[in-house]
Design a binder for this molecule. Structure first.
Ligand code: GLU
Length: 437
């Protein structure tokens, strides 16, 4: 802190590391916005670190009878606006740094779109494709048990993320319910969102992130004078978010020109583009886009140089590097993934006048509908898909309006404006509540 007594250690979140940490990047992102505003040092310091860090190691029996130890994380970044909230990721690269960054992004995402949640993220270091469904069920149940009272419907509410799905959320809910006393068992459905509809999930949750990305794109079109029906786009990642976005965008008349995932990159063989519905069926059957007969096979980097209006990263962090930022031939990068653009790449995109619509805005539709699911679980009254879509549209529209207005006011990037809107909300609550004790 700027006024620290000499000799006292200054707060510093950086860990000694060869590499730039993702958490460090996440902190720098909000600090950059804080520098444009009058945010007190103590509020910045609180937001620079997660509130709680839970790390568990647990054994699971595999189908062949052997046992394997797994490591799981739940990082609870901030809960000043409401219960901790955020997904659980199953991926081989999950580590403390990644989950901490993802947890911080959830705090700002929830604050930005005005859902009354804080930020958290969880993960297990595992390649889910290498395990049977029975094994994954045991991993989910044992991880849930290990987290114990660290999660709860009024405390910390997980959801799906990369490598997890509604089936896993059903197992999580069932495990937590069975760990609760008989009198509470029916009241704890809201311990997790993204469940199947049969188990208390919300209509529209599965497509919600992709739907929110589309609403954001529609808003951007309104600002930039483009028409959704005339747009071309490319997508990196064809999982839940990428595939739903692509289908919804194609239904509006946009054309998908290239797709890349962990198996291959494919490009359209004509100006008619790639059919997202046919591709989704292929991916479901084959595990990836590789070999899809409705497109040409290409090299990984071709995805990034294909001329399109909109590039949509919908996979993992740090995918848009400096070289790729130089190669991109688009007007806008719409961040459906969390943290897909490195800060160095973002500077290059800015120089090239390519707009970056930031993750905490573009992909907030998922957590918005998670909030609806949580409300429905509390009231045991379930909403129609039309109700869900209308409320999601309103939330996304208002958040986009707020960011565009803040960007004009501060004359800054969309990312800085999105952080500024979120920060002002967080700061206002800290000002009013004060810092305990
Ligand atoms: N994992 C999603 C995200 O990164 C959704 C989180 C949630 O619904 O809680 O936003």
């Amino acid at each position: 802190m700027s006024t620290a007594t000499p000799g006292r250690r200054r707060d510093d979140v950086s860990e000694p590391s060869q590499h730039r940490s993702l958490h460090q990047t996440a902190v720098e992102q909000f600090q950059q916005a804080a520098n444009l505003l009058d945010i007190p040092e103590q509020h910045r310091a609180i937001l620079s670190r997660p509130k709680n860090e839970v790390i568990v190691n647990f054994p699971v029996q595999l189908d062949d009878g052997s046992w394997q130890m797994f490591r799981g994380y739940r990082i609870q970044h901030n809960n000043v606006l409401g219960p901790f909230k955020g997904g659980i990721r199953f991926h081989p690269d999950v580590d403390l740094d990644e989950v901490t960054a993802l947890a911080q992004w959830m705090t700002f995402k929830c604050a930005l779109v005005g859902v009354p949640f804080g930020g958290a993220k969880g993960g297990v270091t595992i390649d889910p494709s290498a395990y049977s469904s029975d094994e994954l069920q045991r991993v989910v149940r044992r991880f849930t048990h290990s987290l114990g009272a660290n999660i709860g419907p009024e405390h910390d509410i997980p959801a799906p993320d990369v490598g997890t799905n509604s089936q896993m959320m059903d197992w999580l809910m069932d495990t937590y319910a069975n760990m609760s006393g008989a009198g509470l068992r029916q009241m704890v459905k809201g311990v997790v969102t993204g469940k199947s509809i049969a188990c208390g999930g919300s209509a529209g949750r599965e497509a919600a992130t992709g739907q929110g990305v589309l609403y954001t794109l529609r808003h951007w079109c309104g600002e930039s004078g483009m028409r959704l029906g005339d747009l071309t786009f490319s997508v990196q990642g064809f999982g839940n978010v990428g595939s739903h976005f692509a289908r919804l965008a194609a239904a509006e008349g946009s054309t998908m020109m290239a797709v890349g995932d962990h198996t291959a990159t494919i490009v359209a063989s004509s100006a008619d583009g790639i059919d997202p519905n046919e591709l989704a069926a292929w991916v479901q059957a084959n595990g990836g886009v590789k070999g899809f007969p409705g497109a040409d096979q290409a090299n990984t980097e071709d995805l990034f140089s294909m001329p399109v209006d909109v590039f949509v990263p919908a996979a993992l962090e740090n995918q848009i590097t400096e070289d790729r930022a130089r190669a991109l031939d688009c007007q806008v990068v719409l961040e459906a993934a969390n943290g897909p653009t490195t800060p160095e790449a973002e500077a290059i995109l800015a120089e090239r006048s390519i707009t970056v619509v930031p993750d905490i805005l573009a992909n907030a539709g998922g957590v918005a509908v998670s909030y609806f699911e949580w409300l429905q679980n509390k009231s045991s009254r379930y909403w129609s898909i039309d109700d869900v879509d209308e409320r999601l549209r309103t939330i996304m529209w208002d958040a986009n309006d707020a960011v565009v207005e803040k960007r004009r006011e501060l004359n800054c990037s969309m990312r800085e404006a999105a952080y500024a809107v979120a920060l002002l909300r967080l700061d206002d609550v800290y000002q009013r509540r004060g810092i305990f004790p």
